[in-house]
Design a protein around this ligand. Structure first.
Ligand code: FES
Length: 203
């Protein structure tokens, strides 16, 4: 089965025991890291009554829903229903699980069973994620000299390689930046690029 990988953030921004909201194309996701470091990405809907799991909380190796406290293990299966503490939850109560991996400091998500390769970002170090209040066209316009390879824009800054992993969220674009050069320099350059793209929206 094919289904492209979508970058959803940098590893450095998702510490142990934290859940965050993410997306795979139009699907909203809850992406979380267990206490032991295991990363999971699920459809952002609790199988009970549909509360966002990204509003929940991590305890050890489980993610609990904020509404009625149903807890789900890293395989997505419900492991505990607080209102019925003696009950073993039926196996059918399970979050919809996506594939979720980390490579070169980037968190990637794809539907279960996807067999597409990840982009090659070897040799690059994660710098910073930014949210640009603009569309992909304005972002592309603010990146002269950069070459688009699928979800990755590659270019140079003062002779050092820069790769921008782009996550298209419709009215805005998330950019996860990596590079081989000075992180502060890349970060400042990102600020300028964002301004340029956002001005393009206003022009
Ligand atoms: S909606 Fe999640 S536990 Fe009830």
């Amino acid at each position: 089965m094919s289904g492209m990988w979508v970058a959803n953030g940098l590893s450095q921004d998702l510490p142990l025991g934290v859940v965050m909201a993410g997306a795979w194309q139009g699907a909203e996701l809850a992406i979380w890291r267990s206490a032991s470091g295991r990363l999971s990405a699920w459809n952002d809907r609790c199988p009970h009554r549909g509360m966002r799991l990204s509003h929940g909380f991590v305890r050890g190796e489980t993610l609990s829903c904020i509404y009625h406290g149903w807890a789900y293990g890293t395989d997505g299966a419900c492991s505990k229903i607080p209102a019925h503490p003696a009950m073993v939850p039926p196996a059918a109560i399970k979050a919809e699980v996506y594939q979720c991996v980390e490579a070169e400091g980037v968190i990637w998500v794809a539907p279960a069973g996807s067999d597409v390769d990840l982009p090659d970002l070897s040799g690059l170090a994660a710098v910073r994620s930014v949210t640009v209040q603009a569309g992909l066209a304005e972002v592309a316009h603010a990146l002269p000299g950069f070459v688009c390879e699928g979800a990755v824009w590659r270019g140079q800054l003062d002779g050092a390689a820069v790769a921008l992993v782009v996550q298209d969220r419709g009215a805005l674009v998330r950019i996860h930046a990596l590079g081989t050069g000075d992180r502060v320099k890349v970060s400042r350059w990102l600020d300028g690029m964002m301004r340029l793209a956002e001005q393009g929206v206003l022009a």
